[in-house]
Design a protein around this ligand. Sequence first.
Ligand code: GUN
Length: 291
Amino acid sequence: MTASIIDGKAIAADIRGEIARRAAQLRDAGVTPGLATVLVGDNPASHKYVSMKRKACAEAGIESFHNELPDSATQEEVLALVERLGKDPKVHGILVQLPLPKQIDEETILNAVPLSKDVDGFHPLNIGALAMKGREGEFIPCTPHGVIELLSRSGTRIEGANAVVLGRSNIVGMPVALLLIERNATVTVCHSRTRDVAEVCRGADILVAAIGRPRFVHGDWIKPGATVIDVGTNMIDDASRKSGKRLVGDVDYEAALEVAGAITPVPGGVGPMTIAMLLQNTVRSAERTAE
Ligand code: GUN
């Protein structure tokens, strides 16, 4: 069997086209959707991600307001910035890129983002709503939402499926698991203490890998016909490349292609969806303001 490839780039492009139309309608109504980005420190990956997000904003007709603080920034400085953005009427969404430098308490900063501008969906009340039946938060976190969209748009049935999530991070693993439960999957979350993770994976109709370990999932861990969503973004050495490096996921892609029913590539799978969901949340926030 050769898996069908779930083209996250193409799916994200469709969604971004729709967002651009909604942004244009908003501008016609006198509201320019605005996203404030907050980048603290010099983590190269964070710089790259934020610049990709800002470029995507520009393409969709969303204004972005960039804020950069040095690695030495204090908790008070970051907090004051987030509070100022929280009050700025031109800002409909605030994105605080994670991770923050170690002297900054992430929880305090994320709590300071007003719920109505929490387009990353990281405020504890938004995450908490995911864990409660019948509750709807203001926003769903971007990468987990992107994972669900990829499953839906690739025709994968979530209801009743055995879903295995590798990783329990606040940003991906845990919220993905909650979203899958909400959609009536039977969910197992694996982590560093899980016994025989390979065997658990073999029972998965849906496998979401979000642990940040290059090619951790072997081909023979995958149930034939399963849908595999690879959230990993790991840089490995590759002497054949000019840069000497290459981006790979958490799944051994070539091996998985032979077994899975459908799979996301890295790059070009989940990554573009994270950005599309961020733009979607920002436009939704601006639409609420316009209403
Ligand atoms: N760091 C890694 N992924 C994300 C994300 O989706 N949003 C933010 N703000 N930081 C991240």
